[in-house]
Design a binder for this molecule. Sequence first.
Ligand code: HEM
Length: 535
Amino acid sequence: NRNGTSVSGVGGSTDGRMAEGESELTLTNRQGHPISYNQNIRTVGHRGPATMENYHFIEKISHFDRERVPERVVHARGAGAHGYFEAYGTVGNEPIAKYTRAKLFQEQGKRTPVFVRFSSVTHGTHSPETLRDPRGFAVKFYTEDGNWDLVGNNLKVFFIRDAMKFPDLIHAFKPDPVTNLQDNERIFDFISNTPESMHMITFLFSTWGIPANYRQMQGSGVNTYKWVNAEGEAVLVKYHWEPVQGIKNLTQKEAQDIQGKNFNHATQDLYEAIERGDHPEWELYVQIMNDDEHPELDFDPLDDTKLWPKDQFPFLPVGRMVLNKNPDDYFAEVEQAAFGTGVLVDGLDFSDDKMLQGRTFSYSDTQRYRVGPNYLQLPINAPKKHAATNFHGGQMTYYADRAPGQNPHVNYEPSSLGGLREAPKSGKDYTPFVLGNLVHQSIDRTNDFKQAGETYRAFDDQERDELITNLVNSLKTCRKSIQMRMVEMFAKCDTDYGQRVAQGLGLAEGAGGSEKVHERGGPIGATEAHEATRE
Ligand code: HEM
């Protein structure tokens, strides 16, 4: 806890042996040597020089030299908490077993421990939490069948629908490789050539682009997954978290005022709420579709730039999640936490959503680099159930994943000498049939602008006003050709949308604004007041 009197979950195993005169609070090094000289290095005389055999000093400083691991390539800034998920046993009014055999959902009241990490996307580990950016909402469920990670965002749609474009998207939003400044011109250069991003941009530049904190924001799996029942039948699903605390977003001005005083406000808000016993809670909803292409829809259900209309595909509650415990150690738990879209349990499956498939390679790949090849042996990432594998060795192997009673000489399968054996099947296999030519092609029903227009019209006046102001403030630092392309796309979403941005940029009725001088830097969506302070 805060006073450091409990280190549960942090310390290594100990049999409690202590030398005479030692207490639990006696400082030691990692070899267990009691340390009685922690103020001065060992020197020849009190003024030096120092000697090389200063074991405690060299261990202390060289460990310090290695305290950081690479930050996440995206979502570097985050905060985390522990809690539980409680199942309703139903989906809407039906028993959930009709759609999925995943054990964590089956019984009403069944609790599964969870760890959640919230994050912002673009900037580094200590960047302000007030920036206009999607927010990550990643949940690790420690189920009896092993871990399930639901790696989502606060917004329900995404910028792109094909994993091939992800590095380009992120490069455009990250700082310029030369100036090291985030640059609206680079962002909108990419966006104005990426029409499928219009829906996400419409959310991001409205008040929805700056959640007030982590407790009062939604979460969404964004990508389309599948559920599989005991008969091996599948449906398509989307997941959504709704905060019981309600939703609160910030205007650009409100965010700037907070940022002037506190750039860690979201981490602080989450930590303090949990410490005072005000435990945040979310309800988990799903939307369900039959597992087919749905030619009757004007969008593809595998396209993550689209919402599934609520009136056709209602939000059905399946459980609730409560966060009730702060991490004992930020680095050990939050920084080393590793979530991935490949981490599913029996009864949950992948869809053919191309983003989801690309993501599924990317997460564990980056984690083997960021944390190390044995990252799944760390307590925060390991399942809270038996894990018995024949994986062997690698840097920082903490233990062998052996089962009790396993012949330790057998780290291969199959074997008749007492090694691990394959698990029995838990239901009928789901075996989708796939046939087609291998191609590099986009999906058919791209329909890039319609839903963005619907979202624009569904906003209230304040959301729309903020959207226009934030877009105009960001776009006015871009060259005219980019402004024109953006206005053209906004107008395709909704005529009023296009006209208002054009007016704000002085481009109305083809009047043509002057070619803007390209200004670099400044957070996206920043207001004039903020820009003035930059000058
Ligand atoms: C983090 C890749 C799209 C949500 C990450 C990380 C990578 C990555 C490499 C860092 C992971 C780590 O270091 O542990 C990708 C790729 C994508 C993609 C290649 C598209 C093809 C998305 C989408 C969402 C999302 C659509 C939202 C649904 C997250 C979240 C994290 C994350 C929440 C932070 C997880 C944490 O808290 O540790 N992503 N991502 N990503 N991504 Fe994605």
